[in-house]
Ligand binder design. Structure first.
Ligand SMILES: [Ca+2]
Ligand SMILES: [Ca+2]
Ligand SMILES: [Ca+2]
Length: 366
Protein backbone atom coordinates (compact mmCIF):
# COMPACT_ATOMS: atom_id res chain seq x y z
CA UNK A 1 0.00 0.00 0.00
CA UNK A 2 1.24 3.39 -0.97
CA UNK A 3 2.02 5.68 1.95
CA UNK A 4 1.37 9.34 1.50
CA UNK A 5 3.57 11.78 3.21
CA UNK A 6 3.48 15.59 2.94
CA UNK A 7 6.01 15.49 0.11
CA UNK A 8 4.16 12.96 -2.00
CA UNK A 9 0.55 14.07 -1.48
CA UNK A 10 -1.19 15.36 -4.61
CA UNK A 11 -1.45 19.17 -4.51
CA UNK A 12 -5.15 19.37 -3.59
CA UNK A 13 -4.91 16.73 -0.84
CA UNK A 14 -1.77 18.43 0.44
CA UNK A 15 -3.52 21.78 0.64
CA UNK A 16 -6.41 20.14 2.49
CA UNK A 17 -4.04 18.43 4.91
CA UNK A 18 -2.22 21.69 5.58
CA UNK A 19 -5.50 23.52 6.16
CA UNK A 20 -6.60 20.73 8.53
CA UNK A 21 -3.30 20.92 10.40
CA UNK A 22 -3.66 24.68 10.71
CA UNK A 23 -7.22 24.29 11.99
CA UNK A 24 -6.08 21.70 14.56
CA UNK A 25 -3.28 24.00 15.67
CA UNK A 26 -5.75 26.89 16.06
CA UNK A 27 -8.14 24.65 18.01
CA UNK A 28 -5.21 23.49 20.12
CA UNK A 29 -4.28 27.10 20.85
CA UNK A 30 -7.83 27.91 21.91
CA UNK A 31 -7.81 25.05 24.42
CA UNK A 32 -4.45 25.89 25.96
CA UNK A 33 -4.84 27.92 29.18
CA UNK A 34 -4.30 31.54 28.19
CA UNK A 35 -0.76 32.70 28.73
CA UNK A 36 -0.02 36.36 29.44
CA UNK A 37 0.66 38.14 26.15
CA UNK A 38 4.25 39.35 26.09
CA UNK A 39 4.69 43.12 26.41
CA UNK A 40 5.80 44.47 23.04
CA UNK A 41 9.27 45.97 23.17
CA UNK A 42 9.40 49.74 23.30
CA UNK A 43 10.37 51.43 20.06
CA UNK A 44 13.30 53.79 19.75
CA UNK A 45 12.19 57.22 18.54
CA UNK A 46 14.52 58.81 16.01
CA UNK A 47 15.28 62.43 15.28
CA UNK A 48 13.11 63.70 12.43
CA UNK A 49 13.89 67.42 12.65
CA UNK A 50 16.18 69.53 14.78
CA UNK A 51 14.57 72.93 14.97
CA UNK A 52 16.43 76.25 15.12
CA UNK A 53 16.18 78.54 18.16
CA UNK A 54 13.47 80.61 16.47
CA UNK A 55 11.17 77.52 16.51
CA UNK A 56 11.78 76.49 20.11
CA UNK A 57 8.34 75.17 21.18
CA UNK A 58 6.73 72.77 18.68
CA UNK A 59 3.16 71.64 19.46
CA UNK A 60 0.05 71.14 17.27
CA UNK A 61 0.30 69.18 14.03
CA UNK A 62 -2.07 68.13 11.23
CA UNK A 63 -1.57 66.66 7.78
CA UNK A 64 -2.75 68.85 4.91
CA UNK A 65 -4.67 66.33 2.74
CA UNK A 66 -4.02 68.21 -0.51
CA UNK A 67 -0.21 68.38 -0.21
CA UNK A 68 0.71 65.74 2.39
CA UNK A 69 2.61 68.42 4.30
CA UNK A 70 2.38 68.52 8.09
CA UNK A 71 1.22 71.88 9.41
CA UNK A 72 3.02 72.64 12.70
CA UNK A 73 2.16 75.22 15.37
CA UNK A 74 5.11 76.76 17.15
CA UNK A 75 3.96 79.13 19.92
CA UNK A 76 7.53 79.73 21.16
CA UNK A 77 6.41 79.77 24.80
CA UNK A 78 9.87 78.60 25.87
CA UNK A 79 11.59 81.69 24.48
CA UNK A 80 9.03 84.21 23.33
CA UNK A 81 11.44 86.78 22.05
CA UNK A 82 10.76 84.84 18.83
CA UNK A 83 7.27 85.37 17.34
CA UNK A 84 4.75 82.51 17.27
CA UNK A 85 4.87 80.73 13.91
CA UNK A 86 2.80 78.45 11.74
CA UNK A 87 5.17 76.13 9.87
CA UNK A 88 5.03 73.49 7.17
CA UNK A 89 6.96 70.19 7.21
CA UNK A 90 7.21 68.90 3.65
CA UNK A 91 7.55 65.27 2.49
CA UNK A 92 11.32 65.48 2.98
CA UNK A 93 10.95 66.83 6.53
CA UNK A 94 12.10 70.28 5.43
CA UNK A 95 10.57 73.25 7.29
CA UNK A 96 9.18 76.41 5.75
CA UNK A 97 7.23 79.27 7.31
CA UNK A 98 3.54 79.90 6.60
CA UNK A 99 2.89 82.94 8.78
CA UNK A 100 3.77 84.72 12.03
CA UNK A 101 0.52 84.42 13.93
CA UNK A 102 -0.70 87.96 14.80
CA UNK A 103 -0.64 88.75 18.54
CA UNK A 104 -3.72 89.31 20.67
CA UNK A 105 -4.38 93.08 20.85
CA UNK A 106 -4.40 93.09 24.69
CA UNK A 107 -1.92 90.40 25.71
CA UNK A 108 0.47 91.17 22.81
CA UNK A 109 1.06 87.42 22.51
CA UNK A 110 -0.01 84.59 20.22
CA UNK A 111 -0.20 80.96 21.38
CA UNK A 112 -1.02 78.61 18.51
CA UNK A 113 -1.60 75.05 19.80
CA UNK A 114 -4.06 72.72 18.02
CA UNK A 115 -4.45 73.14 14.27
CA UNK A 116 -6.82 71.57 11.72
CA UNK A 117 -7.23 72.03 7.98
CA UNK A 118 -10.79 72.87 6.97
CA UNK A 119 -12.61 71.59 3.88
CA UNK A 120 -11.94 75.12 2.52
CA UNK A 121 -8.16 74.49 2.79
CA UNK A 122 -7.82 77.15 5.49
CA UNK A 123 -6.07 76.60 8.85
CA UNK A 124 -8.20 76.62 12.01
CA UNK A 125 -6.01 77.28 15.03
CA UNK A 126 -6.47 77.42 18.81
CA UNK A 127 -4.78 80.64 19.95
CA UNK A 128 -4.12 79.68 23.56
CA UNK A 129 -3.50 82.65 25.87
CA UNK A 130 -3.67 80.62 29.11
CA UNK A 131 0.12 80.58 29.57
CA UNK A 132 -0.21 84.31 30.33
CA UNK A 133 -3.76 84.78 31.64
CA UNK A 134 -6.87 82.76 32.50
CA UNK A 135 -9.17 85.71 31.80
CA UNK A 136 -10.97 84.27 28.76
CA UNK A 137 -8.53 85.72 26.23
CA UNK A 138 -8.01 82.51 24.19
CA UNK A 139 -9.52 82.30 20.72
CA UNK A 140 -10.20 80.29 17.59
CA UNK A 141 -8.53 81.94 14.60
CA UNK A 142 -8.36 81.12 10.89
CA UNK A 143 -5.46 81.57 8.53
CA UNK A 144 -6.97 82.03 5.07
CA UNK A 145 -4.84 80.22 2.50
CA UNK A 146 -4.60 80.91 -1.23
CA UNK A 147 -2.38 78.90 -3.60
CA UNK A 148 -0.45 77.48 -0.66
CA UNK A 149 0.25 80.92 0.85
CA UNK A 150 -1.24 82.64 3.89
CA UNK A 151 -3.42 85.58 2.85
CA UNK A 152 -4.61 86.84 6.23
CA UNK A 153 -5.54 85.78 9.77
CA UNK A 154 -9.08 86.16 11.08
CA UNK A 155 -10.51 85.95 14.60
CA UNK A 156 -13.56 83.66 14.62
CA UNK A 157 -14.40 82.89 18.27
CA UNK A 158 -13.36 84.71 21.46
CA UNK A 159 -13.81 83.95 25.17
CA UNK A 160 -12.06 80.61 25.69
CA UNK A 161 -9.89 80.26 28.78
CA UNK A 162 -7.65 77.62 27.23
CA UNK A 163 -8.58 76.60 23.68
CA UNK A 164 -6.44 73.59 22.88
CA UNK A 165 -7.18 71.02 20.13
CA UNK A 166 -9.06 71.74 16.89
CA UNK A 167 -10.75 69.22 14.55
CA UNK A 168 -12.66 69.83 11.34
CA UNK A 169 -15.30 67.28 10.45
CA UNK A 170 -18.24 67.59 8.07
CA UNK A 171 -19.69 71.08 8.22
CA UNK A 172 -18.26 71.87 11.66
CA UNK A 173 -15.16 72.85 13.62
CA UNK A 174 -14.65 71.31 17.07
CA UNK A 175 -12.48 72.94 19.75
CA UNK A 176 -11.52 71.55 23.16
CA UNK A 177 -11.63 73.96 26.11
CA UNK A 178 -9.24 72.72 28.78
CA UNK A 179 -10.76 74.82 31.60
CA UNK A 180 -14.35 76.03 31.60
CA UNK A 181 -13.97 77.55 35.08
CA UNK A 182 -10.51 77.70 36.67
CA UNK A 183 -12.02 77.84 40.20
CA UNK A 184 -14.28 74.76 39.85
CA UNK A 185 -13.41 71.59 41.79
CA UNK A 186 -13.36 69.09 40.28
CA UNK A 187 -12.17 70.89 37.19
CA UNK A 188 -14.65 71.00 34.31
CA UNK A 189 -13.66 71.22 30.68
CA UNK A 190 -15.38 70.43 27.41
CA UNK A 191 -15.80 70.47 23.64
CA UNK A 192 -17.35 73.24 21.54
CA UNK A 193 -18.77 72.76 18.05
CA UNK A 194 -19.22 75.56 15.52
CA UNK A 195 -20.77 75.28 12.08
CA UNK A 196 -18.32 76.58 9.47
CA UNK A 197 -21.23 78.61 8.06
CA UNK A 198 -21.66 80.57 11.31
CA UNK A 199 -18.00 81.60 11.56
CA UNK A 200 -17.71 85.19 10.41
CA UNK A 201 -14.57 87.30 10.78
CA UNK A 202 -16.78 90.42 10.69
CA UNK A 203 -18.74 89.19 13.73
CA UNK A 204 -16.65 86.81 15.87
CA UNK A 205 -18.66 84.59 18.23
CA UNK A 206 -18.17 85.72 21.85
CA UNK A 207 -18.59 82.66 24.08
CA UNK A 208 -20.82 82.89 27.11
CA UNK A 209 -18.54 81.91 30.02
CA UNK A 210 -19.01 79.24 32.67
CA UNK A 211 -20.12 76.41 30.39
CA UNK A 212 -23.39 78.15 29.43
CA UNK A 213 -22.69 78.70 25.74
CA UNK A 214 -24.98 76.84 23.31
CA UNK A 215 -21.99 75.65 21.26
CA UNK A 216 -20.75 73.48 24.15
CA UNK A 217 -21.62 69.86 23.27
CA UNK A 218 -19.76 67.86 25.94
CA UNK A 219 -18.37 68.38 29.44
CA UNK A 220 -15.60 66.43 31.15
CA UNK A 221 -14.50 66.39 34.80
CA UNK A 222 -10.94 65.94 35.99
CA UNK A 223 -10.34 64.51 39.48
CA UNK A 224 -6.58 65.10 39.53
CA UNK A 225 -5.96 68.28 41.55
CA UNK A 226 -2.20 68.26 41.13
CA UNK A 227 -2.58 68.32 37.34
CA UNK A 228 -5.94 70.07 36.99
CA UNK A 229 -5.84 70.03 33.20
CA UNK A 230 -8.91 68.76 31.35
CA UNK A 231 -9.96 68.27 27.71
CA UNK A 232 -6.91 68.38 25.48
CA UNK A 233 -6.27 66.29 22.32
CA UNK A 234 -9.20 65.25 20.14
CA UNK A 235 -9.92 63.19 17.04
CA UNK A 236 -12.54 61.27 15.08
CA UNK A 237 -12.52 57.73 13.71
CA UNK A 238 -13.80 56.81 10.25
CA UNK A 239 -17.27 56.12 11.68
CA UNK A 240 -17.54 59.62 13.14
CA UNK A 241 -16.99 58.70 16.80
CA UNK A 242 -15.17 61.41 18.72
CA UNK A 243 -12.31 60.77 21.15
CA UNK A 244 -11.09 63.36 23.66
CA UNK A 245 -8.06 63.30 25.95
CA UNK A 246 -8.68 64.12 29.62
CA UNK A 247 -5.12 65.19 30.44
CA UNK A 248 -4.99 65.09 34.26
CA UNK A 249 -6.90 61.82 34.69
CA UNK A 250 -5.03 60.07 31.83
CA UNK A 251 -8.34 59.16 30.20
CA UNK A 252 -9.54 58.70 26.63
CA UNK A 253 -13.22 59.69 26.47
CA UNK A 254 -15.36 58.27 23.65
CA UNK A 255 -18.35 60.32 22.48
CA UNK A 256 -20.91 59.05 19.93
CA UNK A 257 -23.54 61.00 18.00
CA UNK A 258 -27.04 60.17 16.79
CA UNK A 259 -28.15 60.65 13.18
CA UNK A 260 -29.12 64.25 13.99
CA UNK A 261 -25.61 65.06 15.22
CA UNK A 262 -26.62 65.21 18.89
CA UNK A 263 -24.37 63.56 21.48
CA UNK A 264 -25.75 60.05 22.08
CA UNK A 265 -23.24 58.67 24.59
CA UNK A 266 -20.11 59.54 26.50
CA UNK A 267 -17.90 56.99 28.23
CA UNK A 268 -14.35 56.43 29.43
CA UNK A 269 -12.72 54.19 26.82
CA UNK A 270 -9.33 53.94 28.57
CA UNK A 271 -7.76 55.24 31.76
CA UNK A 272 -4.21 54.94 33.14
CA UNK A 273 -2.86 51.52 32.11
CA UNK A 274 0.60 53.04 31.71
CA UNK A 275 -0.65 56.50 30.69
CA UNK A 276 0.19 59.32 33.11
CA UNK A 277 -1.51 62.03 31.05
CA UNK A 278 -3.19 62.38 27.67
CA UNK A 279 -2.12 65.42 25.66
CA UNK A 280 -2.25 65.50 21.84
CA UNK A 281 -4.03 62.73 19.88
CA UNK A 282 -4.52 61.39 16.39
CA UNK A 283 -6.81 58.56 15.22
CA UNK A 284 -5.57 56.27 12.45
CA UNK A 285 -8.47 56.29 9.95
CA UNK A 286 -7.54 52.82 8.61
CA UNK A 287 -7.21 50.86 11.86
CA UNK A 288 -9.20 52.97 14.32
CA UNK A 289 -6.18 52.96 16.65
CA UNK A 290 -5.66 56.09 18.73
CA UNK A 291 -2.17 57.50 19.24
CA UNK A 292 -1.53 59.77 22.23
CA UNK A 293 1.34 61.96 23.39
CA UNK A 294 1.78 61.52 27.16
CA UNK A 295 3.42 64.72 28.40
CA UNK A 296 3.76 63.63 32.06
CA UNK A 297 4.79 60.06 31.25
CA UNK A 298 7.26 61.22 28.56
CA UNK A 299 5.74 58.56 26.34
CA UNK A 300 3.65 57.74 23.28
CA UNK A 301 0.85 55.18 23.53
CA UNK A 302 -1.47 53.34 21.16
CA UNK A 303 -5.05 52.73 22.30
CA UNK A 304 -7.36 50.26 20.57
CA UNK A 305 -10.36 52.40 19.58
CA UNK A 306 -12.78 49.50 20.14
CA UNK A 307 -11.48 47.77 23.29
CA UNK A 308 -9.53 50.60 24.96
CA UNK A 309 -6.44 48.40 25.35
CA UNK A 310 -3.39 50.59 25.90
CA UNK A 311 0.01 49.70 24.44
CA UNK A 312 2.99 51.89 25.28
CA UNK A 313 5.04 52.41 22.13
CA UNK A 314 7.89 54.59 23.37
CA UNK A 315 8.95 56.05 26.70
CA UNK A 316 12.13 57.49 28.23
CA UNK A 317 13.22 59.54 31.23
CA UNK A 318 13.79 63.28 31.11
CA UNK A 319 16.23 64.15 28.35
CA UNK A 320 17.35 67.07 26.22
CA UNK A 321 15.84 65.35 23.17
CA UNK A 322 19.16 64.56 21.48
CA UNK A 323 18.99 61.75 18.95
CA UNK A 324 15.19 61.89 18.94
CA UNK A 325 14.55 60.81 22.54
CA UNK A 326 11.20 62.07 23.82
CA UNK A 327 11.47 65.46 25.54
CA UNK A 328 8.03 66.11 27.05
CA UNK A 329 5.91 65.25 24.01
CA UNK A 330 2.63 67.14 23.53
CA UNK A 331 1.37 66.10 20.10
CA UNK A 332 1.50 63.28 17.57
CA UNK A 333 0.80 63.21 13.84
CA UNK A 334 0.51 60.22 11.49
CA UNK A 335 2.07 60.31 8.01
CA UNK A 336 3.35 57.56 5.69
CA UNK A 337 3.48 54.85 8.37
CA UNK A 338 5.29 57.08 10.84
CA UNK A 339 4.32 58.81 14.06
CA UNK A 340 5.72 62.33 14.23
CA UNK A 341 6.04 63.61 17.80
CA UNK A 342 6.29 67.27 18.88
CA UNK A 343 8.52 67.67 21.93
CA UNK A 344 7.15 70.81 23.59
CA UNK A 345 9.93 70.59 26.23
CA UNK A 346 8.18 72.82 28.79
CA UNK A 347 9.99 73.49 32.07
CA UNK A 348 7.55 71.32 34.04
CA UNK A 349 7.40 67.95 35.81
CA UNK A 350 11.13 67.86 36.48
CA UNK A 351 12.04 68.60 32.87
CA UNK A 352 14.48 71.26 31.86
CA UNK A 353 13.88 73.26 28.67
CA UNK A 354 17.04 72.69 26.70
CA UNK A 355 18.58 72.37 23.25
CA UNK A 356 18.01 70.65 20.95
CA UNK A 357 14.39 71.53 20.01
CA UNK A 358 13.05 68.51 18.21
CA UNK A 359 10.43 66.57 16.31
CA UNK A 360 10.85 62.81 16.86
CA UNK A 361 9.64 60.06 14.58
CA UNK A 362 8.57 56.47 15.37
CA UNK A 363 7.92 53.76 12.77
CA UNK A 364 4.41 52.27 12.97
CA UNK A 365 3.69 48.54 12.78
CA UNK A 366 0.49 48.86 10.78
CA1 LIG B 1 -2.20 69.78 23.70
CA1 LIG C 1 15.11 69.82 24.28
CA1 LIG D 1 14.34 68.70 28.16
Amino acid sequence: MQRWNRHTLPPLARATALALAAALMLAGCAETPSEPTPTPALKQPKLAIELPEKYNTPDGMAVDPTTGDIILSCPNFNDDKYPAKMLRIDKNDQITEIIDLPVHPETKKAGPLGVAIGPDGNLYIADNQAFGTEEHKSRLVRVVMKDGKAERCEVLVTGFIMSNAVSCRGDSVYVTETKLDPEAKPLTSGVYRFKLSELDAEKPIALEPGGKDKHLIAMIQTKNEEWAVGANGMGFDADGNMFVCNFGDAQIIKITFDSGGRVASQEVLAEGSGMKSCDGMKVDQKTGNIYVADFLGNAVHKIDGKTGKVTTIARNDNTDGAGGLLDRPSEVCLRDGKIYVSNIDLDLAGNEYDKPHTISVIEMDE
